[in-house]
Structure formats: structure tokens, C-alpha cells
Design a protein around this ligand. Structure first.
Ligand code: PGA
Ligand code: ZN
Length: 425
């Protein structure tokens, strides 16, 4: 039974304030959760409440969300059974009363939602992944490691936001981390040798002064090979061009590269990249408002490439169902703060799996030391996680948590491997 709920303003990986919540149960069990924050957000995400007071944190303070927890949500959920996650979450969404959680703030609600689950897990003396996922929660996800950053996450000219490596051929999660780390360091050396900066972007990947996706993909493929791995077999490539960020007036405006592509030309370009490079998965290949482009691309590439909807679905079950009906994407990115409660997040994952869509658990570009999503990836058995590069503790904290979970599961642990992406080639 929930006895105490306290929120505070802490600092995230970009140095911006965010919400942290402690939930305490009557037996003394404590759960703590910190809320992440995106930069390239989808238009239909649940609302992250910011104060807009220019005298604090350049307007980015989250005191209103903190107050919403301490003054309103705390009263409403105190006395509720922490094990009844659905009731706790429903109490908050009803108290909020809006479709987008704009009243209390999704950042307020999510903090309480996740901290409640963690407190309940503690009370049961269970790790979070087993409390949420049950006895069969033992599938370790393939990590999608974002080793080249561009777009809204770096100040280089790269139009595409993320270039990732996924060690599908690893025998275990720990081995996947080792492979990723080795490639990360090979890439560092080759970027330096070519005269590029090896400073990193928001998600810990390098942010070199490259202009085109081809240049980035060449560097990554060569780094995989030079490290001694086979591209496409041991390690496959994944991109998140985050196209909603550069879709303007019906065209894809590649400002870094200095070209504009119509939706058809943009689709041709993506298809060409998939033909030329071992790219097994593309997230947000089309913009959130370009439904026609999404449908056409899914029909064209969907049988040989995982096409993951981030901005187009916003972890929202209703948006996902509409997309399934319309033939949009074959995979969904899941970000807990896009929807704002654990209950709704799990419902979206279930709906995706029922429709044969793959699921990728994901961080945000603004993160904290909180590792909840690592446990949720195992709890849902989704088989894939995207949580940044092999540097910056806000990113590696999640990978390290998965290493611990794998160790704890011992012989029962299974590594998702290439099947997780629904790969057919
Ligand atoms: P965001 O980026 O957290 O800035 O939205 C991550 C993504 O687009 O997947
Ligand atoms: Zn994305």
C-alpha cells in the first residue's frame, strides 16, 4: 500500500531539469524513478510540463510537474495498492482529465507510475523485470548502439539523426556489448585518422563533420570490418533519420547535404541505401504526417527491412492501431514518456505483438541514471533496445543493467539475436 509519494527536480544528461519521484510503501519498500526527455519529439506525444519561467533554467524548470505530484497526485494515490498498477495509473489519468496528460504533466504521472512498479517489485523482493514480466522474462534484447549522432542531437551537418550498430550475431548480451565497444573504438581511431572530430553528441555517438548518410555508413561499415566482424551477419546497421525533423511543405529538405527530395525521391534514396549497405532496420524513415509515404515505403521495403514507427505512433495504442490498419510500418519504438504510464506502455507493446509488429524499447536523447527501460525490455520480451552509444553513463547505465540481468538469469538467459528484428535476409 502506497504511504508516501515525493517528487523533486533533478538534472538530466543535457543539464536540463527533470522530475524524479520516490514512492514508499507501508512496509518501507521504496521505488525511485527519473523521467527522460526528448529533443526530436513527436507532435502527438503526451505533454511534458515545463514551467516557462525565464528566471529559472531558461524556462525549462519542472516545478509545476513536481508540485502536481506532491500536492495532487500524492493525495490521490496514497492508500492504493501498489501492486494494482492499472488502478494507480487510471487514478492519475482520471485526475488529469485530458487526453494528452497536459494538466498534471506526463512527466509527473510517469515518474509516479514507474516508481510505483519499482516499489511493488521491492516489496515482492523481485527484480523489476521479473515483477513486471513474470517467470518467463528471460530474453535479453539486441542493443542498437548509436555510434554516429547527427540531426537534432549534434551540431554537425548530418541530416540523419542516428547511425547504429546491432550485434545480432553475438552469443550473449555481454558479448554484444563487447562487440559494440570494440567497433566504437575502431571507429574513433578511423575518424581521427581521417581528420575528423571525435567529440560526441547527446547520445554518446561521435558527431563528425559529415554531410551525407553514405559517408557515415561507409565509416561504420569499415569500422565493423576492421574490428574483425562481418557486416550484416555479425553486426547489422540501423538508422534513425528522424525525418519528421526535416519534412517541410511536403518535401524532405536535407539541409546539411543541400538537397530537397520529394517523398518518392526520398523513398528511392532509402531503398538505395538498403541495397548498398547492410541496413536491417530504419526508424521513422518517413515523417509523422506523411502517411502516404509511410504506406508506400512499407509496401516497398517492409519485407526486407524493419521499419520502426517512433513519431508516427508515439507509443500510443490508438495511433498504433490506426497504423496497423493502414499498413504503416512493421515495428514500433516504445518510449515510456511518450504515453506517460506503465500500464499504457504495456498495452501498446501487447497490441504490437498481436499484430506481428516487432517492438524496440527506447531511451530519450535526454536521459538520467535511471535504468528502468533495461528491465522493461526483458519484462516485455521485446528482443530489442535502443539506448545510445558505448559512452556517457546515461547510456551505458542501461547496457550495464542488462549485463547484470543476464548474469542473474544465468543458464535461463537467452539472447534475442537476429530473429528479434524479424530478419528474413
Ligand atoms: P529524442 O530522440 O529522444 O530526441 O526524441 C530519440 C529518437 O528520435 O528516437
Ligand atoms: Zn526516433
Amino acid at each position: 500500500v502506497i504511504s508516501r509519494v515525493v517528487a523533486r527536480e533533478i538534472i538530466d544528461s543535457r543539464g536540463n531539469p527533470t522530475v524524479e519521484v520516490d514512492v514508499e510503501l507501508r512496509d518501507g519498500s521504496l521505488g525511485r524513478a527519473a523521467v527522460p526527455s526528448g529533443a526530436s519529439t513527436g507532435a502527438r506525444e503526451a505533454v511534458e510540463l515545463r514551467d516557462g519561467d525565464p528566471t529559472r533554467f531558461h524556462g525549462k524548470g519542472v516545478r509545476r510537474a513536481v508540485d502536481a505530484v506532491n500536492e495532487r497526485i500524492a493525495d490521490a494515490v496514497t492508500g492504493l495498492d501498489a501492486e494494482d498498477q492499472a488502478a494507480v495509473d487510471a487514478t492519475m489519468t482520471e485526475l488529469d482529465g485530458t487526453d494528452t496528460k497536459s494538466n498534471l504533466g506526463a512527466n509527473a504521472i510517469l515518474g509516479v507510475s514507474l516508481a510505483t512498479a519499482k516499489a511493488a517489485a521491492t516489496a515482492h523482493r523481485l527484480p523489476l523485470y521479473r515483477y513486471v514480466g513474470g517467470v518467463d522474462a528471460r530474453l535479453l534484447p539486441v542493443p542498437m548502439m548509436n555510434i554516429v549522432n547527427g540531426g537534432a542531437h549534434a551540431d554537425n551537418p548530418l541530416d540523419f539523426q542516428e547511425f547504429m550498430i546491432a550485434p545480432i550475431g553475438a552469443g550473449s548480451f555481454a558479448e554484444a556489448v563487447r562487440m559494440g565497444s570494440e567497433v566504437f573504438h575502431t571507429l574513433r581511431r578511423s575518424l581521427l585518422a581521417a581528420g575528423h572530430s571525435v567529440n560526441v553528441g547527446d547520445e554518446g555517438g561521435f558527431a563528425p563533420d559529415l554531410r551525407t548518410a553514405e559517408e557515415a555508413l561507409e565509416f561504420v561499415v569499415r569500422a565493423v570490418e576492421e574490428t574483425g566482424y562481418k557486416p550484416g551477419t555479425d553486426i547489422t546497421l540501423v538508422m534513425d533519420p528522424a525525418t519528421s525533423e526535416f519534412f517541410r511543405d511536403g518535401v524532405y529538405d536535407y539541409t546539411g547535404e543541400g538537397v530537397r527530395r520529394t517523398p518518392a525521391e526520398h523513398a528511392d534514396y532509402l531503398a538505395e541505401l538498403v541495397d548498398r549497405y547492410p541496413v536491417a532496420s530504419i526508424e521513422d524513415p518517413m515523417a509523422e504526417d506523411d502517411h502516404e509515404g509511410w504506406r508506400d515505403l512499407t509496401a516497398r521495403l517492409g519485407d526486407r527491412c524493419q521499419l520502426t514507427g517512433d513519431d508516427v505512433f508515439c507509443t500510443n495504442e490508438t495511433l498504433l492501431r490506426a497504423g496497423i490498419r493502414d499498413g504503416i510500418a512493421n515495428s514500433i519504438l516504445v518510449k515510456v514518456n511518450q504515453i506517460g504510464t506503465l500500464t499504457e506502455t504495456l498495452a501498446t507493446v501487447t497490441a504490437a505483438h498481436r499484430a506481428g509488429y516487432t517492438v524496440v524499447m527506447s531511451h530519450r536523447s535526454g536521459e538520467t541514471e535511471d535504468t528502468t527501460i533495461a528491465d522493461l525490455a526483458v519484462a516485455t520480451g521485446c528482443g530489442q533496445i535502443k539506448t545510445g552509444s558505448l559512452s556517457r553513463s546515461d547510456r551505458t547505465a542501461k547496457y550495464n543493467q542488462l549485463v547484470r540481468i543476464e548474469e542473474e538469469l544465468g543458464d535461463r538467459a537467452r539472447y534475442a539475436g537476429r530473429e528479434a528484428l524479424g530478419l528474413r535476409r
